[in-house]
Design a protein around this ligand. Structure first.
Ligand code: FPP
Length: 243
């Protein structure tokens, strides 16, 4: 029997990015480390524009992992300042572009100023039908997220709100902090080939592209090349396609 289903959905709807290489870029250019992160925020702006141009539904970026809390305090302070500045400078532009912001992860350690800014930015950019959902991972770790989701499900079980038969993949996705499930494409810059605790559950069938360029050097054109390469991927989702 001829089966001619196309399992390459051609166009990624949901993209995740591990923006690695800011530190090395700063070192190579003999600059302070936070200059690398600063340049990295500019690259995010360019990639957001291309996502809108390419009708991508959601972009999920790894801005700060749960493990990043063990970095030197002055780097963490620099990143905090950068987040505040990015929100102050970019929210009105993102609003004009109909981009909806969603910050996720363990937000408990960020302090009142950042939490206030985040919550206002989310409210100000809320859209029923956004041009793009920009999900920003802050203090996020995939394993922690799965543990936290399991605990929440256990609470619901204990209170008889659900029964064990109700527990399935959709429920775990719903209880996860990550706003999106079924990520199509993950891009990691900076040359390393690992997921580093990013979207462990949501990236089960993602195509993963590793790019050697450091994040501050990554261009809109590089991003377009990744999207083009995705279009050629043979996505079978474990099935056998016979002809
Ligand atoms: C990885 O590079 C990058 C980070 C840990 C931080 C990325 C954060 C930003 C770009 C700022 C926040 C952005 C927004 C949009 C709010 P690295 O420092 O691990 O690089 P290295 O591997 O070369 O040391």
């Amino acid at each position: 029997m001829a089966i001619s289903l196309s399992y390459n959905n051609n166009h990624p709807k949901k993209v995740g990015i591990i923006m690695d290489g800011n530190g090395r870029w700063a070192k190579f250019n003999k600059l302070k480390i936070n200059k690398g992160h600063e340049k990295g925020v500019g690259v995010v702006r360019d990639v957001v524009k291309e996502c809108i141009a390419q009708n991508i539904e959601s972009l999920t970026i790894y801005a700060f992992s749960s493990e990043n809390w063990s970095r030197p305090q002055n780097e963490i302070n620099g990143i905090k300042k950068l987040i505040v500045r990015a929100i102050d400078d970019q929210v009105s532009e993102l609003k004009k572009q109909n981009v909806m912001l969603d910050f996720f992860g363990d937000l408990s350690n960020w302090g009142d100023e950042i939490l206030g800014k985040i919550s206002k930015a989310e409210n100000d950019t809320f859209e029923e039908h956004p041009s793009l959902r920009l999900n920003i991972a802050l203090g996020y770790g995939g394993r922690n997220d799965i543990v936290a989701a399991s605990k929440r499900i256990a609470e619901h079980l204990k209170s008889d709100l659900i029964s064990s038969d109700d527990i399935n993949e959709d429920m775990i996705a719903k209880f996860s902090q990550v706003p999106d499930d079924n990520i199509d494409l993950i891009i990691r810059t900076g040359g390393d080939k690992r997921l580093s605790n990013f979207l462990l559950f949501q990236a089960a069938y993602a195509e993963i592209f590793f790019v050697d360029k450091l994040w501050p050097d990554f261009t809109r054109d590089d991003f377009k090349k990744c999207l083009d390469a995705f279009k050629k991927a043979d996505r079978r989702f474990g099935k056998r396609i016979e002809d």
